[in-house]
Design a protein around this ligand. Structure first.
Ligand code: AMP
Length: 429
């Protein structure tokens, strides 16, 4: 039979291999701990929603809704979309299950895959992962600051290097429309110099012109009016409070008046976390305040604030030390008879929480030691014919290159084994 061509993954959908997922695991463990310290509970959301949810929340004229969603009609004729982000789902679920009311704050976090049909490149995929959190039911500046303190703590814990928190205010419905007109007038006058994409944005979403990456557009928009200079009094005072609170908490932020975020629901506080060394896709997270979203989706009139971190990009800037794996004990049975003893020893050690790699056995000592070396184990338990008859194993310390006898009592619980190994290998065991 002819060999068939192998099937590869779909473009932009990737496999997360063990080295990378080991880092993600560290990130998740730290994030879970930080979230619990700050009073957040986990919500697990479906990856598909009714299309209408995203059209209504993210905004009809955003890049995500216009160009990037994976939408299909199911056999029941319902239009379904693979979620491009999770804030809309969190809010939908909170309303559906009555998790929020006007006098009840709720803190929720989520993690999982998101789907956007963007052009794949370094750090940009069509299926990617986010860890995010939302505080629903609060509209005060204190909670905006608290969310940013949490982010600062989480980034420090995972050793994310070269990161900056960039902060802006997007105003609200009382100051943004007038600013939008001002910006539009400025950009219309310079329309011919703008890229094709931005010319279209002028009619649909002129604020997006501000964060276009094209050199020509950047130059033109350099002199554009900025929203932070045209905030209404309430937005101005909210923004000043957030900055003062962050200052008091020693969280350093950079004010970036060009942050617009790609989703319509944001108002007032908006932020992005960028990292050096990632190339053009340098945002590792973003978020902000959305005071009208809950009511807009049919819930009570309460505000909210939240963020999402891109796991792939954050994984790329995490400290190397965040990947250290627990050291493994390598069990090497040399003979067929030794294999059952090897399995018993491995089971007892694993029962005590030790990570054990059990080799197939029946190979030469030299071959087994080569294998042990590759595994990175610090201690190797060798069980050959001599060891079997003496009811012991030989422990080889791979770093010191020394051998030590280990008595094996197969009726014991395994604690004595762990203690003997600890004495031999110290921390390595
Ligand atoms: P957003 O929901 O667009 O604010 O995205 C939040 C974060 O998710 C970004 O800062 C990125 O780190 C990450 N992200 C967004 N889109 C992608 C993508 N297509 N591929 C990888 N990561 C992404």
């Amino acid at each position: 039979m002819a060999r068939s061509a192998h099937i590869t993954a779909v473009k932009g959908f990737r496999d997360v291999l063990p080295d990378e997922s080991a880092r993600w695991h560290v990130l998740e463990v730290e994030a879970l701990d930080v979230f619990s310290i700050y009073g957040f509970e986990e919500i697990r959301l479906p990856i598909a929603e009714k299309t209408e949810l995203f059209a209504r929340s993210i905004g009809e004229s955003t890049d995500i809704v216009e160009k990037e969603m994976y939408t299909f009609t199911d056999r029941g004729d319902t239009s379904i979309t693979l979620r491009p982000e999770a804030t809309a789902s969190v809010v939908r679920a909170a309303i559906e299950h009555k998790l929020i009311s006007a006098d009840n704050e709720r803190r929720l976090f989520y993690r999982g895959p998101m789907f956007r049909r963007e052009r794949p490149q370094k750090g940009r995929f069509r299926q990617f992962y986010q860890i995010g959190a939302e505080v629903l039911g609060r509209d005060d500046a204190l909670v905006d600051a608290e969310v940013l303190v949490l982010l600062r703590d989480l980034l420090a814990r995972v050793g994310a290097s070269g990161t900056t928190i960039e902060l802006n205010s997007l105003g609200d419905e009382s100051c943004r429309p007038a600013y939008r007109e001002r910006l539009l007038a400025f950009a219309e006058e310079r329309r011919d110099g703008l890229c094709e994409n931005c010319r279209q944005r002028l009619t649909r979403n002129p604020l997006r012109v501000l964060d276009c990456k094209e050199e020509g557009c950047r130059r033109i928009m350099d002199g554009a009016p900025l929203l932070i200079d045209h905030l209404c009094e309430a937005c101005e005072s909210h923004f000043a409070s957030v900055r003062a609170l962050l200052d008091a908490a020693a969280v350093s932020v950079t004010i970036n008046p060009r942050i617009v975020r790609g989703l319509d629901y944001y108002c007032r506080t908006a932020f992005e976390i960028t990292a050096t060394g990632l190339g053009s896709q340098n945002a590792i997270g973003g978020g902000g305040r959305y005071d009208n979203l809950v009511a807009h989706l049919g819930g009570p009139a309460v505000g909210g604030v939240g963020f999402a971190l891109g796991v792939e990009r954050l994984g790329m800037v995490m400290a190397q030390s965040a990947q250290t794996r627990q050291s493994t004990v390598f069990v090497a049975p040399l003979t067929d008879d030794a294999r059952s003893v090897g399995l018993c020893l491995a089971t007892r050690l694993r029962g005590r929480g030790k990570s054990v790699e059990l080799a197939a056995g029946g190979r030469s000592l030299k071959a087994l030691m080569r294998h042990a070396n590759r595994s990175g184990a610090h201690l190797v338990l060798i069980i050959g014919a001599d060891e079997l008859s003496a009811r012991r194993a030989t422990v080889r310390d791979m770093r010191q290159q020394t051998d030590h006898p280990l008595s094996i009592d197969l009726d014991s619980s395994g604690q004595d084994l762990v203690e003997q190994l600890s004495r031999l290998g110290g921390a390595a065991a």
